[in-house]
Design a protein around this ligand. Structure first.
Ligand SMILES: Nc1nc2c(ncn2[C@@H]2O[C@H](COP(=O)(O)OP(=O)(O)OP(=O)(O)O)[C@@H](O)[C@H]2O)c(=O)[nH]1
Ligand SMILES: [Mg+2]
Length: 425
């Protein structure tokens, strides 16, 4: 038996750490005091998500949820740079939304085949000491360590992209319709809940393609999680139109067809208000089982009074199928596009974005970039400390610490590293 269709997954992604820069000086025969020649570390690999139309669901992430790209190589003497780490590419089906687990915000919507998104950047390679020589610093005795790669937990949610969703009670004939008008081959059987996963099929007319999604049958309470409904309602959220199928051979439905219609409508509307804006084709199926055609005429009028045009079909005899196909193509042309998912724009993080807080006798500096910078620094090296002092003055950190009340000798903590405050007064 096929594994259950997986349309949500939580994964941990980490870009490779950057390689360390190298501290080295040229040493050659007959050349005195060779200059700094330490090479740079290579960048860490990225973790990339790529849309692949050949992928159906997120099943692969059920078995493996941790992905770490490889680190960059370390720099070496003679200005030899480290090699870059390899990227990891994870393939996801079209319609995969990526959420940041920490903020809950969507960070990317992967819709087009081949579209890529770097979900975790590799760290920058540390610069070798050759890069730190300046007119006033001829002998840089330090280099940077590699920058740590980004790491985070993200949630992947697949919301299928199709033009039309086929909805209705179990056993209405939704999968039968899909197999009739597309080349898809869904499971069909005379019991409810035959379809357990959404199945896509494509209708083609010349260059025009309409993608249909057959989803598991809905029941009353589906929007609250009854039956399989809630699990799959999200797959019709992004369809542009609905094909609402009703089994008209059912006696109860014949007595009160509007009730059957409205109970499905109710579930859709309660799930999400966007459902109300989707054009809907109402199809009354299994007419081959209705002997008395007068009943159909009466039912048609009942719907008409409500302002709803219905089509009659039989997936068994093929009656009405051609008319329905035409209507689907016509509606697909006119149906409005589903609004794009809004991805909040996150301002780029700057080294000057930091906060200073006093805690006991220490001052804690927090900021994404400044913490990353500190991770690249070897504070046991006095040359690094004097380099950092200049840097802190330049980015306004020295002033910020003084304003927060820090005095010479106070303990400063940045990214878990401790050092004494030594303002350059
Ligand atoms: N006589 C007749 N039987 C039909 C017609 N359409 C579908 N059926 C039968 O009705 C049963 C259910 O059909 P499915 O296509 O599996 O129904 P479904 O809506 O996909 O059902 P779920 O996947 O369980 O929600 C099957 O036995 C079909 O052969 C029809 O027009 N006439
Ligand atoms: Mg089905």
């Amino acid at each position: 038996m096929r594994e259950r269709f997986i349309d949500e997954a939580k994964i941990f992604v980490k870009g490779g750490d950057g390689g360390n820069g190298c501290t080295s000086f040229r040493r050659e025969k007959y050349i005195a005091n060779g200059g700094p020649d330490g090479g740079d570390g290579g960048s860490g690999g990225n973790v990339i998500l790529e849309t692949d139309a050949g992928e159906n669901d997120l099943l692969q992430f059920k078995y493996k949820a941790h992905f770490k790209a490889s680190p960059g190589g370390h720099g070496q003497g003679s200005r030899k740079n480290g090699r870059n780490g390899k990227d990891i590419i994870l393939y996801v089906p079209p319609g995969t939304l990526v959420y940041d687990c920490e903020t809950g915000d969507p960070i990317c919507d992967l819709t087009e085949h081949g579209q890529q998104f770097i979900v975790a950047h590799g760290g920058r390679g540390g610069r070798g000491n050759a890069k730190f020589s300046t007119p006033t610093r001829h002998v840089p005795r330090f280099s940077e360590k590699g920058e740590p790669g980004d790491e985070k937990w993200v949630r992947l949610v697949l919301k299928i992209l199709a033009d039309a969703g086929i909805v209705g009670f179990p056993n209405a004939g939704k999968s039968s319709l899909l197999s009739k008008i597309t080349s898809a081959n869904p499971k069909i059987a005379s019991y409810p809940f035959t379809t357990l996963n959404p199945v896509l099929g494509i209708m083609q007319d010349g260059d025009v393609e309409v993608v249909l999604a057959d989803v598991p049958g809905l029941v009353e309470g589906a929007h609250k999680g009854q039956g399989l409904g809630l699990l799959f309602l999200k797959h019709i959220e992004r369809t542009r139109m609905l094909i609402h199928m009703i089994d008209i051979s059912d006696e109860k439905t014949q007595e009160n067809p509007i009730k059957t219609y409205e109970s499905i409508r109710n579930e859709l509307d309660l799930y999400d208000e966007s459902m109300e804006n989707k054009p809907e084709i109402v199809v009354l199926n299994k007419i081959d089982l209705v002997q008395d055609r007068e009943i159909l005429k009466k039912i048609e009028n009942i719907f008409k009074e409500k302002g709803i045009d219905v089509l009659f079909t039989s997936c068994d005899t093929g009656e009405g199928i051609e008319e329905l196909s035409k209507k689907i193509f016509q509606y697909a042309q006119e149906a409005p596009d589903v609004p794009e998912t809004i991805i909040p724009i996150r301002p780029e993080k700057m080294i000057t974005d930091f906060t200073v807080e006093k805690e006991d006798n220490s001052f804690i500096v927090k900021g994404y970039k400044i913490e990353k910078l500190m991770a690249m620094m070897d504070l046991y090296n006095p040359d690094v400390v004097s380099y950092l002092q200049k840097k802190f003055k330049g980015i306004g950190l020295e002033d910020a610490l003084i304003n927060a009340g820090a005095k010479a000798g106070d303990n400063i903590i940045i990214g878990g590293q401790n050092f004494d405050f030594d303002p350059d007064l």
